[in-house]
Design a protein around this ligand. Structure first.
Ligand SMILES: NC(=O)c1ccc[n+]([C@@H]2O[C@H](COP(=O)([O-])OP(=O)(O)OC[C@H]3O[C@@H](n4cnc5c(N)ncnc54)[C@H](O)[C@@H]3O)[C@@H](O)[C@H]2O)c1
Length: 271
């Protein structure tokens, strides 16, 4: 690699674009901007106009903090072409049949893919099914850029674990799960988040394990804890050390993401 991302962090010359400035992206961009040059990119012109006036209608960040930040807010792709680290925090809603709507992730990946350069790192934070980053997003990045994954450019996944409106548990007070597409990038992603999350990070063994940990936490949070597929509130525990979440469906997805195609029936009985 020409620009070793690890040394980018050590030398503090990571240049970051946060794509999607909602509940998750704005607080993240604010914290990153205290340490790194940071551009906040969003398609919503009204949102960008308000942020330039220090107004956050999600009420996650107050006016004083917005006033003190030196983020560049933009709707223009030309303002993020010189960045070397892209963090994608766009929505992943479900449709009326509870199927995930992947369109925002496809659109953001297309935008980034068109401007991707050798040695760039793309980190996804949106909540996705295990395997989505490498099965769904990476092919879009490769197609749009003409570059090769894990040779020319690299990826990470670090799920956001906040709840909207919860001021007690925030980006800075919840252990951040990190992961990367190889060992060096996993270290880079982990160092990046360690530098802005005082309570620290948990480095998962793979992108798919980090994705699965987030899904398990959501099922646990929104369902009956006694019937949770995890049975344990700590996603780090769920995804590690064997990298095998307890829920049969997730086991299947993770196996699939690792290229170990097991029949669903087998996964179903493996506990
Ligand atoms: N809200 C939360 O507390 C929370 C917690 C954990 C995880 N998440 C996950 O984080 C992700 C983001 O959620 P959110 O609540 O911040 O969403 P949000 O709807 O508040 O904000 C998303 C922003 O992305 C912008 N956007 C959409 N498509 C875009 C594109 N192609 N390019 C640039 N910008 C684009 C939208 O205009 C919007 O401002 C989702 O996957 C969500 O499931 C959210």
């Amino acid at each position: 690699m020409k620009n070793n991302p690890k040394s980018q962090i050590q030398n503090r010359d990571a240049s970051i674009a946060v794509i999607g400035l909602g509940y998750v992206g704005l607080p993240l961009a604010i914290e990153l901007s205290k340490k790194y040059p940071t551009v906040g990119f969003d398609l919503n012109e009204e949102r960008i106009k308000q942020l330039k006036e220090d107004i956050d209608k999600t009420l996650e960040v107050d006016k004083k903090e917005l006033n003190e930040t030196n983020i560049t807010y933009t709707t223009e792709v030309k303002d993020i072409v010189d960045c070397n680290t892209y963090i994608i925090t766009v929505p992943t809603p479900v449709d009326k049949y509870n199927n995930p709507d992947m369109e925002p992730l496809a659109s953001a990946s297309t935008t980034v893919g068109k401007i991707l350069k050798t040695d760039d790192v793309v980190i996804y934070e949106s909540t996705v099914y295990p395997g989505a980053t490498e099965e769904f997003c990476v092919p879009i990045l490769e197609k749009e850029s003409g570059l090769t994954y894990n040779t020319d450019f690299f990826c990470g996944y670090s799920p956001e674990r906040i709840n909207p409106g919860d001021k007690e548990h925030s980006l800075k007070t919840i252990t951040k799960i990190t992961s990367g597409s190889n060992k060096e990038i996993a270290d880079f992603v982990d160092q990046l988040y360690s530098s802005i999350v005082p309570v620290g990070t948990y480095k998962a063994s793979s992108i798919a394990v980090a994705e699965a940990a987030k899904v398990i936490e959501n099922v646990h949070r929104h369902g009956d804890p006694d019937r949770s597929p995890c049975g344990h509130g700590n996603p780090a525990y769920c995804g590690a050390p064997e990298g095998r979440p307890h829920h049969p469906a997730l086991q299947h997805r993770v196996s699939h993401a690792h290229g170990r195609r097991e029949p669903a029936g087998h996964a179903h009985h493996s506990g």
